[in-house]
Design a protein around this ligand. Structure first.
Ligand code: MG
Length: 313
C-alpha cells in the first residue's frame, strides 16, 4: 500500500476539507482535524498541517495538493523531472510509457493514451492504477476496455528490428524516444485537432537528450510536453499507456513462448539464462537471437551454459 505525507498551510487545509467534504469520515484519533475516504485513498489531516494519504493512488492524490514532504524521517518519494503544473492529475492529458527494455526475451513496446478530464473517473472505474501495482492477469483483462474507451496507439518493436537498429549503434534511449514520439504523433492525429492540456512522458531521459535522439525525425512532438519519472502516479493517462504497453508485451511473449516451446521468463536474470540455454540446445543460436535482445549479457551466459550442457551429454 502506498502512502504520501505532505505539509499544508491553513488555507490549503481548508480547501482540502472543502474538497473532500462529501467523502468525510469520522476519525477520533489525537490531533486529527479531518478525515475522508476518496476512492481507494484515505486522507487524514492533522492539527500540525500534516496530511496523510494512504492506499492505491495515494501519491497521485497527494500530488494534487502540492505542499512539502511533511515527515523528515520518512520523506515522500518524489518524482524526478520538471516542475509540473498544479492540478495536472485532473487535466486532459496524453500520456506515454514503454516496457520490455529490461527483458532479454521479447519486444520493446510503447503506448500513448489520451484521457480527457471528463473521462478520468471512467479510467478509475475501469480499475486503472499504477501498472506496478496490478497483476498481469488484471492488466490483460482491462487492456481491451482501455483501448475501447480512450484514443491510443500501441507500438511493438519486434526483436529482429530491435537487433538491427541496435547493431547500427542506436541506444535504448534513442529507440525509446523515437517510439514515444511516434506513438504520441499517432494519438494526436486521431484527436483530430483537439489539443491535450499537456503531454506527459514517463521520463527515461531528460528533455534535452530526448529531443537530441529524435532531432532528425520529420515530425517532432514538442507542444506542452512534460517529463517526469513515476508519471503513472501523476496522471491516469500514463497509467493507461503503461498497461497497454505491458499488455502488448505480454501478448508477444505468449506468442514467442509458443514458437520457442518454452514459457519465456521475463527480465534478465538466471531463469532467463536457463531458458535461453535450453532454446539453443533445441533450436539453435539463430532462433534464440531472433526472439531476444542480442546485445544483452544473457546471450553470452546462455551460450556458455548450453556449451557446458552439450559437452556433458
Ligand atoms: Mg516508464
Amino acid at each position: 500500500m502506498s502512502n504520501a505525507v505532505i505539509q499544508l498551510g491553513p488555507d490549503r487545509i481548508r480547501a482540502l476539507m472543502a474538497h473532500y467534504a462529501g467523502s468525510k469520515i469520522e476519525r477520533n484519533a489525537p490531533g486529527v482535524v479531518f478525515a475522508a475516504k476518496s476512492g481507494s485513498v484515505s486522507i487524514t489531516a492533522y492539527k500540525s498541517g500534516k496530511v496523510l494519504f494512504q492506499g492505491g493512488g495515494a501519491e497521485a492524490e497527494a500530488s494534487r495538493w502540492g505542499g512539502t514532504s511533511g515527515s523528515p524521517d520518512k520523506p515522500a518519494s518524489r518524482p524526478k523531472g520538471e516542475t509540473l503544473p498544479e492540478g495536472l492529475a485532473r487535466m486532459s492529458v496524453l500520456g506515454s510509457d514503454e516496457t520490455g527494455t529490461g527483458d532479454f526475451f521479447g519486444p520493446v513496446t510503447v503506448a500513448a493514451c489520451f484521457v480527457p478530464a471528463e473521462k478520468i473517473a471512467l479510467a478509475e472505474e475501469l480499475g486503472v492504477k499504477d501498472s506496478k501495482m496490478l497483476t498481469d492477469a488484471h492488466m490483460l483483462k482491462i487492456g481491451p476496455d482501455i483501448k475501447e474507451a480512450f484514443l491510443n496507439s500501441v507500438l511493438v518493436l519486434p526483436t529482429e528490428k530491435y537487433n538491427t537498429v541496435q547493431a547500427k549503434g542506436w541506444s535504448q534511449g534513442k529507440i525509446k524516444a523515437l517510439l514515444h514520439n511516434q506513438a504520441l504523433k499517432h494519438v494526436l492525429r486521431k484527436m483530430d485537432g483537439t489539443k491535450p492540456d499537456h503531454i506527459l512522458i514517463d521520463q527515461f531521459a531528460e528533455r534535452g537528450i530526448y529531443y537530441r535522439h529524435i532531432a532528425s525525425e520529420p515530425e517532432i512532438i514538442r507542444e506542452n510536453v512534460l517529463f517526469s519519472t513515476k508519471a503513472e502516479n501523476l496522471h491516469v493517462s500514463v497509467a493507461c499507456a503503461s498497461i497497454l504497453a505491458r499488455v502488448a508485451f505480454l501478448e508477444e511473449m505468449d506468442r514467442l513462448s509458443g514458437l520457442a516451446g518454452v514459457t519465456l521468463p521475463k527480465g534478465a536474470g538466471k531463469p532467463v539464462d536457463e531458458a535461453a540455454a535450453k532454446i539453443i540446445l533445441r533450436k539453435g543460436d539463430d532462433f534464440l537471437a531472433s526472439i531476444t535482445k542480442r546485445h544483452f549479457a544473457n546471450t553470452r551466459k546462455a551460450a556458455a551454459l548450453a556449451a557446458k550442457r552439450s559437452g556433458k551429454s
